[in-house]
Design a protein around this ligand. Structure first.
Ligand SMILES: COc1ccc(Cn2ccc3ccc(-c4cc(N)[nH]n4)cc32)cc1
Length: 236
């Protein structure tokens, strides 16, 4: 999977060079490239923002630098005969990002993240590129960040780890929180007793059926307690 990120803070994504996604990049499973939006602002101050039409506080990101940056990525993909990438625009006004969306995006060959700042990106950028490629406005949650970078990083990690081969043991992706609509079961490791707290006996019983049943019940109980909204009416 190829991932392009357009941002005024490309250095923010250097962290992707380490950890799980770093190994995936080295293995050629993920090709992640950050682009500096200011490279596409050609005035002396490399200006990417301006005052909003209609007035109001704050600044809005100018469309021209975005057009040049995104055209460059699109033209390269088209020139290489690749499938048209999907444009992901993190936004407080977006569709809630979920594990299901992460799984859907993990099937694609090429994602482009447009990380806005200030009060957002001129609407005409989304309107224009909706004519050329799939565009998804996605929200990380019902709170306001200062820009799209943190949201993009979270989405890239959630999607990247689902790309086949990125996670060493694919079995570890099964029965994760939200993977099938339930939260994950509680986990334990050695020592058997820690500060007077014991590992549940069933987990040391060697009875795999009993362990599986206990874990499933724990998932339902935890989901009912913490996230009843994830359960259907008859399960809540
Ligand atoms: C009009 O109100 C505002 C609009 C934008 C902003 C700051 N900002 C600029 C670009 C950008 C991209 C994503 C997000 C974001 C995403 C989630 N889930 N929370 N916040 C925030 C962003 C502040 C206020």
């Amino acid at each position: 999977m190829r991932i392009d990120i357009v941002t005024i803070f490309p250095e923010f994504f250097r962290v992707l060079d380490v950890s799980l996604l770093g190994r995936a990049r080295t293995a050629g499973l993920l090709d992640v490239r950050a682009h500096d939006l200011r490279d596409h602002a050609h005035d002396r101050h490399r200006t990417v923002d301006d005052t909003p039409y209609g007035g109001g506080a704050g600044m809005v990101m100018k469309p021209e630098p975005w057009g040049e940056a995104l055209d460059g990525i699109l033209d390269e993909a088209e020139g290489a005969g690749e499938t048209v990438p999907t444009l992901i625009v993190p936004s407080p006004a977006g569709e809630p990002f979920t594990q299901a969306i992460a799984a859907e995006l993990a099937q694609l060959d090429h994602l482009v993240f447009a990380c806005g700042r200030y009060e957002g990106i001129d609407q005409r950028v989304v309107d224009h590129y909706e004519e050329r490629m799939p565009v998804r406005l996605l929200s990380l949650g019902d709170y306001v960040l200062n820009g799209g970078e943190v949201a993009a990083m979270a989405m890239i990690e959630a999607v990247g780890r689902l790309v086949p081969g990125v996670v060493g043991n694919p079995e570890s992706l099964v029965e994760e929180s939200h993977e099938d609509g339930l939260l994950e079961y509680p986990s334990y490791t050695k020592p058997q007793v820690w500060r007077g707290l014991e590992v549940p006996d069933v987990l040391r019983s060697g009875n795999h059926g009993a362990v599986a049943a206990w874990r499933h019940e724990q998932r339902i109980e935890r989901t009912r307690r913490v996230r009843p909204d994830l359960l259907g009416d008859d399960d809540a």
